[in-house]
Write a protein of this length. Sequence first.
Length: 176
Amino acid sequence: MASNSKICKLTISLSDIDRNHYDAVNLTVAQHPSETVERMMVRILVFCINARERLEFTKGLSAVDEPDIWARSLDDQLLLWVDVGEPSLERIKKASRIAQEVKVYSFNRKSKPWWDAGREKFTQLQASFYRFDWESIQALARLQQRTMQLSVTISGNSAYVATELGECEVAWEVLT
């Protein structure tokens, strides 16, 4: 954890309708000093979308050789590598060589130009790409507090998030 990180504690009631996955999740998330609230909230949402056994946040921005989120097997094989943002082609190639499954979730104003510039090469990789709607992410970020109780319901390519501050729906597009 980087010094001066902002720590958020979350209690999440998670319902993923399509995967028939229901869980109560307690998380402690560190927001890196250079990380925006939007990016931190996307990491939390992506954690919910990919919820499974042994899923965990990594050191993230503090460790350039690690994804934002990963899942490892009991014998330490890398099952899932999840990046948030717009990683380089080289980073995604490396991830696809060492992880069984690679997912990239882009979310900001740079998302469309990044995807358009790399689409041809990205689609040749063993990775899945998703893009969140930026306005929805901004609405999600407005719900952020240091201590949060969230209800997250996922169905299709959409998540409905409710907190004591309000609620929003965040949709994502499957790029590949």
